[in-house]
Design a protein around this ligand. Sequence first.
Ligand code: HEM
Length: 151
Amino acid sequence: MSDLPVHLRTSEHGEATGNTVYAQVGGMQTFETLCTKFYDRVQQDEVMWPMYPQDDLEGAIWRLSRFLGQYFGGPATYSSVRGHPRLRMRHVAFHINPDARDRWLRHMTEAVDEMDFAPAIRATMLDYFDRAATAMVNTFEPTPNASDNSR
Ligand code: HEM
C-alpha cells in the first residue's frame, strides 16, 4: 500500500493508508528533502550557522527529519535512536532569542514553500512550527558577539 502514489493515499479518494500528514506528503523522503532545504538556508545565516555542528550536517538533517516525520505521524525512529525528544531541554545549550526564533521560522517557512504542499498541509506545518519555535525561546539577551560571528 505504501507504494501507492501520493494522490491515492489521501482519504478523499477513499484509499487512505492512514491520513497522517506523514503519509499524505509521501513519507520520510519528503521530510529529508524539506530539512535539506531548511539547512541550505541555515548555512547562509551568520547568526544561526555558528550554533550548528558544522562537521555533522548530515547528522543534523537526519535528526530533524526523523523528529518531524515522527511528529507528523510516521515511525518513531527518532525516539528509538535519540530517546524522548525533550526538545526544549535539548535546546537550552543554544542562545535562542526572538531573533533566532524568527530566523529559524523564516528558513523553515521558505523551505516549506518550496515543497508545493497542499494548502491544508502547509497550514498544519506552519502552525506547528510557529508554536514550537516560540516555545524554544530561552533568552531575551541579544546574540553574543553578533558582529564577530564571521571569525
Ligand atoms: C527557534 C529556533 C531554533 C534554533 C536556534 C535551533 C537550534 C538547534 C541546534 C543548534 C541544534 C543542534 C543541531 C543538531 O545537532 O541536530 C538543534 C537540534 C534540533 N532541533 Fe532545533 N532549533 C530551533 C527550533 C527548533 C524547532 C522549532 C524544532 C522542532 C519543530 C527543532 C527541532 C530540533 C531537533 C529535533 C533537533 C535534534 C535534537 C537531538 O536529537 O539532538 N528545533 N536545534
